[in-house]
Design a protein around this ligand. Structure first.
Ligand SMILES: [Zn+2]
Length: 243
């Protein structure tokens, strides 16, 4: 049975509901609405696509209701950059300390983020200093991790990828094998180093296996036997564009 994912759509009360169908060794049809509203369905190989369509259509009310709830969910309040606010960085929850100083800079230790700023009341300035600091951290941490991953994988025939960093809404990473490029979400800096390594291995694996086939997962598993745990931890990290 084809293990690939297929895009399908059903009609529910005049509304087109798109979903991704994946055939897997599961007992029942499983339907999941992802935080970004996408509907993912897995089904046992014996169930025909038509029957899956009927299953999805019967869940139309649930899907639409869940999407409405997701849309109504209030995003976390924007940071005010005040003392005591918590910033997730590399898997740690760092507490912010704002310090008045003419030597403006940001530093961190195991538990704190220190923001030195001329005018502690200037939120825009603090935001700018923090943004510049995270951009530099992304470049350094992602770059070093990607170099180390490449050293491990070069013998498998992957090209050396160019790493770019972007603020993305719903994905941790993406890649363009033809252009030799991997793009990482800048919010990945919130995740612990092992999760960052996993995302980079995942994207590099796409240079050899474009889809999420069993061969793809076997390759990722050969590089990182605990990739599933890392992936599960990553699910607990929230993506909030612009933060
Ligand atoms: Zn992928």
């Amino acid at each position: 049975m084809n293990a690939k994912k297929t895009e399908r759509a059903v009609n529910y009360c005049g509304v087109e509901l798109r979903y991704t169908l994946e055939y897997k060794k599961v007992k029942n049809i499983n339907l999941r609405v992802r935080p970004n509203g996408e509907v993912c369905v897995s089904a046992p190989p014996a169930v025909s696509p038509d029957r899956v369509d009927a299953f999805v259509a019967a869940k139309g009310g649930f899907i639409i209701g869940t999407r409405k709830k997701l849309e109504a969910r209030t995003p976390p309040a924007p940071k005010k950059f005040e003392d005591g606010e918590v910033f997730p960085i590399l898997g740690r929850q760092l507490r912010l300390a704002v310090i008045r100083s003419d030597d403006e800079r940001v530093q961190s230790d195991e538990g704190h983020l220190y923001l030195y700023v001329r005018d502690p009341g200037d939120i825009a300035r603090k935001q700018r200093l923090y943004g510049d600091w995270t951009a530099r951290r992304c470049e350094k941490v992602f770059g070093e991790t990607a170099d180390a991953v490449y050293e491990r994988l070069r013998s498998c025939g992957v090209p050396h990828a160019r790493i770019t960093v972007k603020d993305m809404k719903s994905r941790w990473g993406s890649c363009m094998p033809a252009a030799g490029q991997i793009t990482l979400n800048k919010q990945l800096l919130k995740a612990d180093p092992e999760c960052i390594e996993y995302v980079i291995v995942h994207e590099y694996a796409h240079f050899l296996h474009p889809d999420h086939s069993p061969a793809f997962h076997a390759f990722v598993g050969s590089v990182l036997p605990d990739w599933k745990e890392r992936n599960a931890r990553l699910r607990g990290v929230e993506i909030v564009k612009g933060q």
